[in-house]
Design a protein around this ligand. Structure first.
Ligand code: FAD
Length: 454
């Protein structure tokens, strides 16, 4: 069949070999059928897709890594702009910068930058796309040391809704550049991100300490006490089921409890002292502490769930992991049905908290905080209704303890419009809305945490 879009890139329509693979996203529950999937090779193809959608009255979706749990990258009967062919990473080791294709994954980014002993904060799961991750903020193990992905963005090549291609930076389209740093995929298709890099590794330190549920509240209180003292060390504390992994003693596999995970970037000696503090405060049921390559740290959580699992999530921000919040978390954790469902709680502080709130569009408090995620991940579809209900009811019970009930825009499986507004707050949302009106007045890019043009 001849291509439907006036562009030389591969195009797939229903029935074509590869169509079903290309329309799949991370969450196996999403089963949508676009009218056409364009596997674009650069900005000109993207502009042709937008023109085709416009003249045929079709919706547009943009697929980066396909990780959004609500399946924002794919819609029925739409034109899907698939960026997964844009994965090239060019590193300039002298300038310590990288130009990265809009469809690259964390793994692509880390592999290329670590070849030069460099890195930029990105997600904690290697398969996540840097596109959606960066546009929503992007936190990871390096966030306490170097901020969010958006705090390290130097420029972006963007195809706008009308097909124009611009480079947004502090000096060029500064309003657009501000909006891209947290405002999600609302403002155009980013075909290339340019990041500032930092020397990291190659070896870093990681520690995972696990406590059974009875000591869950103590583990969460320990995370709370450690948080203000950690400097550049990354921290996550996860309510989870101990997996059947080699580092988990057989007798503890399948136990529900809390894993505290620390990532150190300041030398093994300092990390050993921190590890000892953890053991002295609350001797863990089991632990795994080791130096490891940065690229391995970036894959450490890959086993929390797999492409094709059936998933759902919600989140809040919390300033302080208060006792009330801890009670809710500990009391609701045993009700999860799937062994993969979890409550990942990430500390964002250090360099993150030094960036002024108004400097970027990022929707979240720019002070030391916890991103409290509630994640249903089910190996079989039958468990999803149970754990979706578990996520929703736990989230409702956490609301009184939240500093921002909207939560992290990248952890929304449902983009409820009121929550998107709450995430950004009225002033930021209104500024985003004005920028949206300037760059995408017809709201072409609306499969996202949507900012309505004003
Ligand atoms: P997609 O589903 O492809 O896209 C998500 C949204 O971004 C869509 O609206 C899409 O249209 C838009 N978009 C994507 N790329 C572009 C682009 N180049 N130009 C314009 N619009 C674009 N987040 C963190 O911050 N830190 C983490 O550690 C982290 N871990 C995660 C682990 C797992 C297992 C999962 C499922 C998610 C995780 N996330 C994390 C959340 C993640 O940041 C979001 O799911 C994010 O949207 C993923 O981006 P993507 O490109 O893979 O997603």
């Amino acid at each position: 069949m001849p291509p439907v879009i006036d562009a030389p890139c591969p195009q797939l329509v229903p029935g074509d070999p590869g169509y079903d693979d290309a329309r799949r996203v991370w969450n196996g529950e999403i089963d949508r059928k676009p009218a056409v999937i364009a596997q674009v090779t650069g900005p000109a193809d993207v502009a042709a897709c937008l023109a085709y959608a416009r003249s045929n009255g079709l919706d547009v979706t943009v697929r980066g890594g396909g990780h959004n749990m609500g399946g924002a990258a794919v819609a029925d009967d739409a034109v899907m702009i698939d960026l997964s062919g844009l994965r090239t990473v060019h590193v300039d080791p002298e300038a310590r910068t990288a130009r990265v294709g809009g469809g690259a994954t964390n793994a692509n980014l880390d592999a290329a930058t670590q070849a030069h002993g460099l890195a930029v904060p990105a997600g904690t799961y290697s398969d996540t796309g840097i596109g959606g991750l960066t546009l929503g903020g992007g936190f990871g193990w390096l966030t306490a040391k170097h901020g969010l992905a958006v705090d390290n963005l130097i420029s972006a090549e963007v195809v706008l809704a009308d097909g124009r291609v611009v480079r947004a930076s502090a000096d060029s389209h500064p309003d657009l550049f501000w909006a891209l740093r947290g405002g999600g995929g609302n403002f155009g298709v980013v075909t290339e991100f340019e990041y500032q890099l930092h020397p990291v590794g190659p070896l870093v330190d990681a520690g995972l300490y696990f406590w059974e549920l009875d000591r869950g509240a103590d583990a969460l209180r320990l995370a709370r006490e450690l948080a203000p003292t950690l400097g550049t060390t990354g921290l996550m504390v996860v309510g989870m089921t101990a997996p059947p992994a080699p580092f988990v003693p057989e007798e503890h596999q399948g136990k529900v409890g809390y894993a505290l995970i620390l990532a150190g970037f300041d030398g093994t000696e300092a990390f050993a002292a921190l590890s000892q503090r953890v053991r002295d405060a609350l001797p863990p049921l089991f632990e795994m502490v080791s130096p490891l390559p940065y690229t391995e740290l970036q894959k450490m959580l890959d086993g929390i769930g797999f492409r094709g699992n059936f998933a759902y999530e919600k989140a809040i921000y919390s300033d302080d992991l208060s006792d009330g919040l801890i009670d809710v978390l500990v009391n609701t954790l045993p009700a999860k049905a799937s062994p993969l469902s979890a409550t990942p709680i990430a500390l964002v502080g250090g360099a993150y908290a030094e960036v002024p709130d108004h400097a970027t569009a990022f929707g979240g408090p720019r002070r030391t905080s916890f991103v409290v995620g509630l994640t249903a991940i089910c190996p079989v579809p039958e468990l999803l209704p149970l754990d979706r209900a578990w996520v929703r009811s736990t989230w409702e019970r956490l609301l009184p303890y939240a500093s921002n009930t909207g939560g992290y825009v990248n952890f929304m499986a449902d983009y409820e419009q009121d929550r998107v507004r709450v995430t950004y707050g009225p002033a930021k949302y209104d500024r985003l809305s004005r920028i949206k009106a300037a760059y995408d007045p017809d709201n072409v890019f609306h499969h996202n945490g949507n900012i309505k043009p004003c």
